[in-house]
Design a protein around this ligand. Structure first.
Ligand code: ZN
Ligand code: ZN
Length: 502
């Protein structure tokens, strides 16, 4: 999501290459003085004009509790019934609505990705010794309650590892809270850096132990990590990021890749080294590039747009670079327990993944995955019931440049793996067009509640046309406006969590 609404966020991404649309496209992306990058029209558009169809989805998570009910490829859902194609369920933990989706999934992840999902699934189900995790299993994932989510879920138990302070309180650790709690402070840059220092020390131990080191402290760390209950949803999330980076490696090494932004919580200038390390380790032959024309949906619902899809945007060179081109959140972890769960999950993956993937499993990968996700992910919800079920979330980079508006010019709909956007009414040339981040009944909220919801959930003070108009009307009527202190941001942009179905 294009934005520059947080006081701690200068527009460090302005030099990063981002999505370019072909000249014939009805929309284009420009930087704005106050709202980061935003989407503008290139010509006058009539109601119903298709703006963008985008199936490019480099990072996605289906929550553990929906893994038997939601197609692992197209997100089809059949009112909670287990889907018919179960041949990969035991191996990798996914079901599919049809054989075609199963094959698409296999093609997309490749041999190495399939192996990775396999070891992770085995660990979640059975623990290192295959004996299971006792009560509660390896789930631990939080279910969104209808209005966004925490970024990744927190382990219910917190993290119990010496040196990694995961002393979670019950409420902090509970991933069931949908709306981020404004009262609980997000971990600051220092806390994030300290946690990652621990993670990087653990990384050395774990990698050495897997290389056959006989040093006791190495095997001790490895065994400790393998003996600690995983959070299945954070595992899926970070693995998705690692696989995205791995499958992008060949493309990235041959062309320009946006350098990792040096944000405050991304450590001490190590990204450069990290990048080089990665580039020298190209492997695995599963470099499926993301296609913007490939839409395989078996849940086709009628599209409201009569026109054919516009030309797809010209993507950056690799899926990972489309992730890096997005705006990063400076403070992406919603709570301390979730931060520690992410560090522990990083260690779990270090202990589990096939060795060829380890060069891609770095602090830089994990941080880039969460801090891009934090500003840019869309919720994946049920389609037939108004979106009551929250299956998971994903980052569709092409779709992330739309800013928020409380009276959006753009309608949106997910069809299978694809998000579709269209003009709701007539729009003039050169106008910024936005989508609504508010879902369901949230859109009926009054000015104060609506702004407060956007502030706590997404971190910006809405100054869209509707908010400004209603504020003016209130001032004229009462002489003042109630709610959180106004000022600061001028519309658009988000630093919060999942964008919601309109
Ligand atoms: Zn499917
Ligand atoms: Zn507004």
């Amino acid at each position: 999501m294009a934005m520059s609404d947080s006081p701690t966020t200068d527009d460090t991404t302005s030099n990063t290459p981002f999505l370019k649309f072909p000249p014939t496209s009805p929309i284009t992306i420009h930087p704005t003085p106050t709202s980061g990058r935003a989407v503008f029209t290139t010509r006058p558009l009539s109601p119903g004009t298709t703006l963008l169809h985008t199936p490019a989805l480099p990072i996605d998570v289906i929550l553990r509790e929906y893994r038997r009910e939601v197609c692992g490829w197209c997100f089809h859902y059949d009112e909670g019934r287990t889907l018919p194609i179960k041949r990969l369920l035991k191996e990798v933990g996914f079901v599919f609505c049809g054989e075609e989706c199963a094959r698409e999934w296999e093609r997309d992840v490749g041999t190495l990705g399939r192996e990775a999902w396999g070891v992770v699934e085995g660990f979640v189900r059975g623990g290192a010794g295959g004996k299971g995790w006792g009560n509660g299993g390896g789930g631990g994932g939080g279910k969104g309650n209808g209005n966004g989510r925490q970024n990744g879920s927190g382990s219910k138990k917190g993290v119990e590892i010496d040196g990694l302070d995961g002393s979670a309180t019950e409420e902090d650790a509970d991933g069931d809270v949908g709306i981020p709690d404004a009262e609980v402070p997000r971990p600051g840059e220092e806390e994030i850096a300290a946690a990652w220092r621990w993670g990087e020390m653990a990384r050395e131990d774990i990698v050495a132990a897997r290389d056959g080191s006989r040093v006791k402290s190495h095997s001790k760390t490895l065994n400790m990590v393998l003996g600690t209950r995983p959070d299945a949803d954070v595992l899926s999330f970070l693995l998705s990021g690692v696989l995205c980076r791995a499958r992008s490696s060949e493309v990235a090494s041959m062309s320009e890749i946006p350098q990792e932004q040096e944000t405050g919580n991304e450590g001490e200038g190590k990204e450069g080294d990290d990048e080089r390390e990665t580039k020298t380790t190209v492997q695995d032959g599963n470099q499926e590039t993301v296609s913007t024309t490939n839409s395989s949906s078996s849940t086709a619902t009628p599209t409201p747009t009569p026109t054919s899809p516009p030309s797809p945007p010209i993507l950056s060179s690799s899926p990972w670079s489309t992730i890096l081109a997005l705006h990063p959140s400076q403070l992406p972890y919603p709570s301390s327990p979730i931060l520690y769960t992410h560090i522990l999950t990083f260690c779990h993956l270090l202990a589990l993944l096939p060795p060829p993937l380890l060069p891609f499993l770095t602090k830089s990968t994990c941080l880039a995955t969460i801090n891009r996700d934090a500003c840019n992910s869309f919720g994946i919800r049920s389609l037939d019931d108004g979106g009551d079920e929250f299956f998971g979330y994903g980052v569709w980079p092409d779709a992330s440049y739309f800013n928020h508006s409380c009276e959006p010019a753009v309608g949106k709909e997910r069809v299978g793996r694809e998000w579709r956007f269209w003009c709701k009414g007539a729009v003039g040339e050169g106008e910024e067009v936005g989508i609504s981040y508010l879902g369901g009944e949230e859109r009926d909220l009054g000015l104060a509640e609506r702004r407060e919801r956007l502030w706590t959930g997404w971190g910006f003070w809405c100054a869209c046309g509707k908010c400004v108009r209603e504020e003016r009307e209130e001032v004229e009527k009462n002489g003042s406006v109630e709610g959180v202190g106004s000022g600061g941001n001028s519309g658009g942009g988000t630093s919060g969590d999942t964008m919601e179905v309109d």
